[in-house]
Design a protein around this ligand. Structure first.
Ligand code: AMP
Length: 218
């Protein structure tokens, strides 16, 4: 199955994408993760992206379109994928249509996670991940079962994103409403959009996504 998960920062895109990887063997295509990796590796693209990411602004379309185009050429994406954090602008969405048509990988659907803004700031503020396996945790909503030990891989190292703070969050939300929210209408008009209540527990959201996937298959 080939899906896009759409939603504002903190809506749960990454959490749900990780579940789809575990449950359905899909490949998670997160441009945010790819850009953070590039920034950590100190590549020219990474350096350019880092300053923009740290302030919560979008990275130029050309940069992310190139990254995703190259990634879509790797053989593992043939088993199905979930795009998380891409596309984020109408230009990216148009480019994606072209790329997927060219590569013979048509989309099955777009799932919108609908969440209240107040919850987003709270969710993003407390978010951290396992430095080794990437499992997502939260200071209030999802602590590891044993403090300081990752539930999944047992690592003792955790990290927080530089852009997960209240100040940057305002810029990121602004970018979402200005540049990304038009994609809701874009995919709705194409008959591809399915909306899921992102305010429910992660388990309930996952169940709703399963239902949507069942509909899309049927
Ligand atoms: P994310 O991990 O998806 O929240 O992305 C973190 C940051 O990476 C964003 O705030 C942007 O600065 C940048 N970024 C990730 N994906 C994109 C994209 N598709 N277009 C532009 N910038 C992006």
């Amino acid at each position: 199955m080939r899906l896009i998960i759409l939603g504002p920062p903190g809506a749960g895109k990454g959490t749900q994408a990780q579940r789809l990887v575990e449950k359905h063997g899909l490949v998670q295509l997160s441009t945010g993760d790819m850009l953070r990796d590039a920034a950590a590796a100190g590549t020219p693209v990474g350096k350019q992206a880092k300053a923009l990411m740290d302030q919560g602004s979008l990275v130029p379309d050309e940069v992310v379109i190139n990254i995703i185009s190259e990634r879509l050429d790797e053989p593992d994406v043939r088993k199905g994928f979930v795009l998380d954090g891409f596309p984020r602008t109408l230009k990216q969405a148009d480019a994606l249509e072209g790329l997927l048509a060219e590569k013979g990988l048509p989309l099955d659907g777009v799932i919108l996670l609908a969440v209240d803004d107040d919850a987003l700031v709270e969710r993003v503020g407390g978010r951290y991940t396992c430095a080794k396996c990437g499992e997502i945790y939260h200071d209030a909503n999802k602590k590891p079962a044993v403090e300081g030990v990752c539930d999944v891989c047992g690592s003792h190292e955790f990290k927080r994103r530089a852009d997960d703070n209240a100040e940057t969050m305002r810029t990121r939300l602004h970018a979402f409403y200005k540049d990304t929210s038009p994609l809701v209408g874009y995919y709705y008009a194409k008959g591809r959009l399915r909306t899921v209540d992102g305010m429910a527990t992660p388990e309930k959201v996952a169940a709703a996504i399963e239902d949507v996937m069942g509909e899309l298959k049927g």
